[in-house]
Design a protein around this ligand. Structure first.
Ligand SMILES: N=[N+]=NCCCCNC(=O)[C@@H]1[C@H]2[C@H](O)[C@@H](O)[C@H](O)[C@@H](CO)[C@@H]12
Length: 445
C-alpha cells in the first residue's frame, strides 16, 4: 500500500472548450479555438468543439460521475467568451449563472471546485487586436478576473489563473500548431511574457477572495539523447521549463535564455508582478522530453515545436500521442523543483493521464489496462517524490471524459469515462473503477 498524506486531494480535470459544446448558446462569444478549429487542415479530421461532450447541457449527469468516482476535488475551466463575449466590455450574466450553478452543485456534493480562469479559449475579439502579443490583453485578463472574483469569490476554494502558458504561447504563437495558429518566434516570446504578466495582474485580484491562488505549468524533464546534445537539451529545458518557473518562482528570466532569445520586452515592474506569491503551483506532467541537436545549425531562436528536436529512444513505450511513458520523470521533476526553487509553494499535480487505443469490447466494456498501469506508475512515482520531501497536496487525473484533444480532435481519448460522440453516452472504463478504489483507499493498493 502506497498511502498518500492525510487530507490529500484526489480529483479529475477538464477544460471548457474540450467538453462543453454549445459554443453559441446563451450569449457566448467566439474564441480563438472556434476560429482555429474551423480553419481547414488545422485540426485532425476537421473536428471542432462545437458539440464536444455536450457538457454545457449534460453537466449534472457528468457531476454524478464525479460522485461515483468519490473524488474530493474537481478541476475545470471557465470559458472567458461565455462571461465576456467580447473579452472586455459587457458582462454576460448567463455565462456567470452557468458557472454559479456548477460551483454550487459541486459544493453540495462535497467536492472542492478548482477553477481555471484560462485554458486556451481566448475571446476572438481580443485576438483581433493581437491577442497575447498585445500588452492590452493583460488588463483585459485582470478585468475578467475581477468579474469572476465578484461572482464566485465567496465559494471557490482554489483558483488557477492560467493553464500551461508555454503551450498557449510557444505552440499557439510559435509553432502555429494550436490557436491562434501563428508561427513566429518573437510573437511566442511576447505572448509568453504577456501571459505571465496577466497571471501577475490577476493574483492580487483573486487574493481578495476566500480562495487560494495558483498557476498551472506543464513541466517535462529534458534529457539529451547523446552527451553531444547537452547544450541543445539545456536550451529546451530553458524554453519549456525555466522560462516560466524562473519568473514565477524567482522573479527573473533565466540569463542564458535571455541571451539566446535576445529577449528585451519586459517592462519595469513586470517581473515583480509575475512573481506574486502563490498558495500553490499546479504541475501538469505527461512525459520526458528527449533532445538531439542533430542538425548542427543553430535551431530557431524559439523552439516552435519540440518535435523538431525530439528523438525518442525507440526502447521506451509510448502513448497514442507518441509521448514516452516515463513515470519516474514525475519524481525527477518534483525533486528538481524542490532543489532549484527554494520559494516552491505546495504543489498540486493538476494533470496527469494518457491516451491509448480504447475501444468498447463485445461485452460492452472498455478494459483500459494500459491506462491503469500508466496511472499506477505515476502515482507510485508521486509517492516517491513525497517520500523525498516534496510537499504535494493533490492529484488530478486528466481526464474525467474523453474529449476534444485540441489539434488531434476526438481521435485521442484521455478519459476515465468513454464518450460515444454519436449518442453522448458515457461509459466507465476499467480505469474509472480502479481510480475510484485508489481514491477510496487514499493511495495505491
Ligand atoms: N511532446 N510533448 N509533450 C507533452 C505535453 C505537451 C503539452 N500538452 C499538454 O500538456 C496538454 C495538457 C492540456 O492542459 C490539456 O488540455 C490536454 O488535453 C492534455 C493532453 O494533451 C495536456
Amino acid at each position: 500500500m502506497r498511502a498518500m498524506p492525510e487530507g490529500f486531494r484526489w480529483g479529475v480535470a477538464t477544460a471548457a472548450y474540450q467538453i462543453e459544446g454549445s459554443v453559441s448558446a446563451d450569449g457566448r462569444g467566439p474564441s480563438i479555438w472556434d476560429t482555429f478549429s474551423a480553419t481547414p487542415g488545422a485540426v485532425r479530421h476537421g473536428d471542432t468543439g462545437a458539440i464536444a461532450c455536450d457538457h454545457y447541457r449534460r453537466w449534472k449527469q457528468d457531476f454524478a460521475l464525479l460522485s461515483e468516482l468519490g473524488v474530493s476535488a474537481y478541476r475545470f475551466s471557465l470559458a472567458w467568451p461565455r462571461i465576456l463575449p467580447e473579452g472586455t466590455g459587457q458582462v454576460n450574466q448567463s455565462g456567470l449563472d452557468h458557472y454559479r450553478r456548477l460551483v454550487d452543485d459541486l459544493l453540495a456534493r462535497g467536492i472542492e471546485p478548482v477553477v481555471t480562469l484560462y485554458h486556451w479559449d481566448l475571446p476572438q475579439a481580443l485576438q483581433d487586436r493581437g491577442g497575447w502579443t498585445n500588452r492590452a490583453t493583460i488588463d483585459a485578463f485582470a478585468r475578467y478576473a475581477e468579474v469572476v472574483a465578484e461572482a464566485l469569490g465567496d465559494r471557490v476554494p482554489r483558483w488557477i489563473t492560467l493553464n500551461e502558458p508555454w503551450v498557449s504561447s510557444f505552440v499557439g504563437y510559435g509553432s502555429g500548431r494550436h490557436a491562434p495558429g501563428i508561427a513566429d518566434g518573437r510573437s511566442a516570446l511576447l505572448a509568453a511574457h504577456h501571459l505571465l504578466c496577466a497571471h501577475g495582474a490577476a493574483v492580487p485580484v483573486l487574493r481578495e477572495t476566500s480562495g487560494q491562488v495558483g498557476v498551472t505549468v506543464n513541466l517535462s524533464p529534458v534529457r539529451p539523447v547523446t552527451p553531444e546534445d547537452a547544450d541543445a537539451a539545456r536550451r529546451v529545458d530553458g524554453c519549456q521549463n525555466r522560462w516560466f518557473l524562473d519568473p514565477l518562482l524567482a522573479g527573473r528570466y533565466p540569463e542564458d535564455m535571455i541571451e539566446w532569445y535576445g529577449f528585451a520586452d519586459a517592462e519595469p515592474g513586470d517581473l515583480e508582478s509575475i512573481a506574486a506569491p502563490l498558495d500553490f503551483l499546479g504541475v501538469n506532467y505527461y512525459t520526458r522530453t528527449w533532445v538531439a541537436s542533430g542538425d548542427r545549425d543553430v535551431p530557431h531562436p524559439v523552439h516552435p515545436s519540440l518535435d523538431a528536436h525530439q528523438v525518442l529512444p525507440e526502447k521506451l513505450p509510448r502513448t497514442l500521442m507518441g509521448w514516452t511513458i516515463e513515470p519516474d520523470g514525475l519524481r525527477e521533476l518534483l525533486v528538481r523543483l524542490r532543489t532549484d526553487y527554494p520559494g516552491l509553494p505546495p504543489v498540486l499535480i493538476t494533470e496527469n493521464g494518457a491516451a491509448f487505443d480504447d475501444y468498447v469490447d463485445p461485452e460492452g466494456g472498455v478494459d483500459d489496462e494500459e491506462r491503469i498501469a500508466f496511472l499506477a506508475g505515476h502515482l507510485s512515482a508521486l509517492a516517491d517524490a513525497i517520500d523525498a520531501g516534496v510537499d504535494v497536496r493533490g492529484y488530478f487525473c486528466w481526464s474525467l471524459l474523453d474529449n476534444f484533444e485540441w489539434a488531434e480532435g476526438y481521435g485521442r481519448r484521455f478519459g476515465l469515462y468513454h464518450v460515444d460522440y454519436a449518442t453522448q453516452h458515457r461509459l466507465a472504463k476499467a480505469s474509472a473503477r480502479w481510480y475510484a478504489d485508489v481514491v477510496k483507499r487514499n493511495g495505491l493498493p
